[in-house]
Write a protein that binds this ligand. Structure first.
Ligand SMILES: NC(=O)c1ccc[n+]([C@@H]2O[C@H](COP(=O)([O-])OP(=O)(O)OC[C@H]3O[C@@H](n4cnc5c(N)ncnc54)[C@H](OP(=O)(O)O)[C@@H]3O)[C@@H](O)[C@H]2O)c1
Length: 304
């Protein structure tokens, strides 16, 4: 188990992160009042985004909607959807069925490629209609598509109207990101990319820090590929903190100000994955986990 000295030392470190505005202590307190422990990231436009949410890839149909509803009951408020996942309707329905106010949620979705600014406007309207909502908290371009710059112009226009609360990108590596921001009027709030112990995206994070874009991790468990959860270093840390390997990974990402959207359809894992706000990794343990980084993608289709 972590000793008291280590705990105090790392708590002090987290407190200084909070003071820098990476994580918001105010929101953490507000959220605890409602009986849900959550930490928040402050985006470059001042909007507070839950640092942890549910990835919804493959959560479709009645079973997908049921998993989303269970997640809401457990306390999840951020949901990551995409036009590509075909589940924006299920997400909208799960949120309406909860009886909670729309403002309590942080709804994220991602656009497929569109050939022009006008076509993108229609595509955004389609997502709003499918979700059954009049605003989206965070809209991303799913990948660096050939028409990304024109697509982003449409997003900037909806952002200015307040229909999109925040806008961003996904799967833009450092080179693509540096090129893209040159043409942006509104700097992307978030870049959602593959990020896990073996691919910690350190060069990309450095590039984005200069402009104020935050990283959100997709596939924090490498989508179940390559048995990262069986890694012995991770298992040792899990035993030390009385947590699971999955919880150690999520805590590690969170402590570096990286958002995470693990996906599961299982109720016990939904509980497990959100139960990561009651411990702090020691500096030494964090360094050990940083040491696992290979800066190599585990997916053949990515281009970082
Ligand atoms: N922008 C992009 O291009 C992009 C690409 C990929 C993913 N994403 C987003 O990121 C989300 C997460 O990524 P992902 O779905 O690829 O993979 P992931 O979250 O890394 O892993 C999901 C896998 O881990 C299992 N799992 C979840 N919690 C677990 C736990 N506590 N213990 C053991 N196993 C656990 C799940 O199984 P069960 O479901 O059976 O529990 C599933 O097989 C996606 O759902 C999607 O929203 C975005």
């Amino acid at each position: 188990m972590q000793n008291r000295r280590e705990f105090l030392k790392t708590s002090a470190k987290i407190a200084s992160l909070l003071a820098l505005g990476g994580l918001s202590s105010q929101s953490l307190l507000a959220s605890e009042k409602q009986g849900v422990k959550m930490e928040f990231l402050t985006l470059n436009n001042g909007i507070q985004m839950p640092i942890l949410g549910l990835g919804t890839y493959a959560l479709t149909g009645a079973s997908g909607q049921k998993a989303m509803s269970e997640a809401i009951e457990i306390g999840y408020r951020l949901f990551d959807s995409a036009q590509m996942y075909g589940n924006e309707a299920e997400l909208g329905a799960a949120i309406r069925a909860s009886g909670l106010k729309r403002e309590e949620f942080f709804v994220e979705t991602k656009l497929l490629d569109s050939p022009s600014e006008d076509a993108t406007k229609k595509s955004i309207e389609k997502s709003l209609k499918t979700l059954g909502m009049d605003m989206i908290d965070l809209l991303l371009i799913h990948s660096p598509y050939p028409h990304s710059k024109a697509m982003y112009k449409a997003m900037e226009s909806f952002y200015k109207q307040g229909v999109l609360k925040s806008i961003g990108i996904s799967n833009f590596g450092a080179r693509a990101y540096n090129d893209f921001v040159q043409s942006c009027e509104v700097i992307p709030a978030v870049n959602q990319c593959e990020t896990h112990l073996l691919m910690q995206q350190i060069p990309l994070r450095e590039a984005m820090k200069k402009h104020g874009t935050l990283l959100q991790s997709w596939s924090p468990f490498i989508a179940g590929k390559g048995s990262i959860l069986d890694n012995q270093t991770l298992k040792n840390l899990a035993a030390k903190y009385n947590k699971t390997p999955a919880q150690i990974i999520l805590r590690f990402l969170i402590e570096q100000g990286i958002g995470a959207i693990p996906k599961t359809s299982k109720k016990n894992r939904l509980q497990e994955n959100i139960n990561v706000f009651d411990f702090v990794l020691s500096e030494q343990d964090r360094k050990t986990l940083i040491g696992l980084d290979t800066n190599k993608s585990s997916f053949s289709w990515t281009n970082y």
